[in-house]
Structures are given as C-alpha cells and as structure tokens.
Ligand binder design. Sequence first.
Ligand code: SF4
Length: 445
Amino acid sequence: MPHFAIRDVPRLTVSRRLRKPPPKHDPTKEYQFRYRAKKHGSLPHVVKFSGGRSSGMLLFALLENRILDPDRGDVIVFNNTAAEHPDTYRFVHDCMRTARRYGVPFFQIEFQTYEDARQGEWTRLPSYRLVNEQPKSAANDEGFHWRGEVYEELLSWTGYVPNQFNRICTRHLKLDVTRNFLKDWLASKPTIPRLGHYGNASRLDPEATFRRHQGNQGGVPKHIFLRKRAYVWSRPHFRPEQRYAHFFPEWKPFENSALKGKTFGDKAWFGKRGVEYVAFIGLRGDEPHRIQRVEERNEGTAGYEGEHVYMPLNDMAVTRKDVNAFWERQEWDLALPKDTSVSNCVYCFLKGAANLDAIHARMEKAAKTEAPGFGSLRDTPCDLRWWMRIEAEYGRDLRAEGRTIRGNATHIGFFGNHTFAYKDMATGRDLGTLSETMLPCDCTE
Ligand code: SF4
C-alpha cells in the first residue's frame, strides 16, 4: 500500500530517569520519555489520534521511535463524529496509510446505537462500530460517515444538544466510544460481537417509549419527543459482528500478561482491579491549562480507572509553532489553516466568536462547492445551515416543556441559555463577548 515518507521526527527514547521538560523544543536533540511507574511499560498503549497536526506529529514520533508495539496490544484510534472537514478525513486517511507500515493496528470508530430489550421493553443503547477509511456510499457500506449522521444520531438519542457545561458530544462520541472499543480490543479476540436483535425491522414502540419518558418525569410534549427521536429510530437497529482483520489486514492476536484474568466473557473488565492501559494524547507544551486538567484527573480518578495518560509533546516542550515546522518539513500535510480553527467538528460551539466568524467566512464559499471524493458540502456540518437545523430540531424549548423561564432565555441550544444561536450567525449578528465565557475545545482528551 503506498504511503508517505516521514522526515525529521524528534528522537525519543525510553529512559529510567526523570528529566525536567526543556524550556524550548529543539528538533535536533534527543528526548527521554519516562514511564511514571515501571509496570506502565508493559501495559497496552493506546494512541488517541484526533486527526489534527499535533496528534499526527505525536503519532509519528511514537512510531518512528519504536515506542509502540503491536505484540503488547498497542492500538491507534480515531473517533469520527461525522462532523469533520473533508480535509481532516483526507489527513486521517494519509496518516492511517503511512502508519500501516509500522504494523501497529489503527482503527477509525464511530458512535452508533442498537436496539435491545431492557426491563421488558425495546430501547436504543449506545455502542460503536468500526469503519473503513473511505467515505460511506452505496458501494462502500462500511465507510465512515461525514454528513453529520453520527452526531445527529447522538442528539436524536439524547433529545438535547451539547453545550459547554454538558459536552455530551465529547463524552459519547469520543470518550465512551474509545472506552467501549477498548473493552473489546483488550479482550484480544479476532472480532467484535454482533449487537441488537435479529429481527428485520425495529421492534421499538414509540408510544411505550414516550410513556417511559413521562414516567421518568420528562416534560417534553409528545409531538416534540417523537420528532426528536425519529432520526435515531431510523438508524440501523443492530451492529453486525466485525472482524479487526477486515479493517486492518495486518491484525494478529496479542497476548499480554498484564491483561491476564481481566476479561469477563468477551470483554476486558474496567474498574477496580480491572485492565490498565497507557493513553497517549497530543497536548502540547503551550497548552498548560489543558495539561493541568488532564494531570489533575490522571491516575485513576472517577471515569478513567485504569487509564494512565502521557503527553510526550509536552515533555518535549513542543509548541504549535514546532508542530507547524514539523509538517512543513514533510511532503504532505493537513490542508487546513495552521491556526487549527477548522479542525475537529467544523462549527464546534467551543471555538469562540472570532474563530466561528472566520470559519463561517471560509465555509460559506466551500459549502457551495464539491469536495473531491466527497461531493457537495451543502447541508453537511461544513455548512452553517446544518448546525442551524440541528439546533432548532434538538435544542430544548423550555416553554413547551413547561419549565420556569428565567431572564430572556426560552431555549437551550449549543450556546447554553445564551440568547445567541447558530441562526444568529447567518444574519451577521455580532457574537460579542460570547467567546470570553467559553472553554477551549479539548476533544483530544
Ligand atoms: S469538537 Fe466540539 S462539537 Fe465536536 S465533539 Fe468536540 S466539543 Fe463536541
């Protein structure tokens, strides 16, 4: 399979000695990487690849310096939200192609729901699927989604949209999807099992589901509830059994004694005395707040049991400038602006006012064009109209729900109960100080 060359990767060796991060990155120097505990060196290593330049540089630093080992159960994962820019997907594909020659399994995975019975009633449950590196089409049923389908399936399932205080998109589309994948992967079986019933069509009863919503003190009127759920109920009601080798032909079983006795049935077991693994993320030295957040919750705080996070770019004092310089030395690169504003979900609500304005100016032109290999970008997450529709369909209408209205806010959309919504961007309304209250998007975590 053709792949691109990788040049001038920082030299990184595993060391027993703890060294302070250097004040400045120097690509000609050799750096040391140290495990915080001796046993970490034998745990499976998981690279959480975000599809951006920093994460790409980290990936090739780990691969070129032979820090990853497929025999230990190491794996590289990209979580697709179906809301990324086509150029991000191209970059992910190029990285996958290039990384393949190192023999370390690399999978693209997506959130999906399936139908199963719980307490005697059919319901939708969250899971994931493996997809290949080409866009989904009639001829490629196992391809990745890119028209927002995965993102919309989540919001249709939850019935509301994320905001900065409740990032259900990060949680379900990225963190939980990776976790669910690892439960299968670390069990070291050749397949992930089929999920969902064997019927030809959905068995879910909308009336019963609405009654359950009311029984749980839900206040959403029936017509809104059913309209919001219609999309998720139209999605495939099962996940077929999937073979790793089908998506990564070099796949081979691995045996890692650190995982022995930590599987239950076909799943690795997470939690107290469960599996542990090392996770690599591409946070850089010039992102101190994000690093601090990760460090604070590192080493097994709630929700991350067994995960030991490492950030080698930070250890090497790599900044955005160094990442850009690294990619300038390559023959290939991510074809998006270097300020990263278009990376991750194109119109992510956490990007801040200035970025969203810049993205909109750029994407308004792009939405009228065809992306080679993809097609028209109109009404996809590259188009503001998609975000406007999603916010209108899945945002909360507090009046309709009979909630107490405080201040002017009658709806809760992507920007919380601000009176601002994506439709205001279309009219050129000033986003004002909105960005000052926002946290940066830290989806790589
Ligand atoms: S990039 Fe933004 S919209 Fe996308 S999953 Fe992350 S927080 Fe959510």
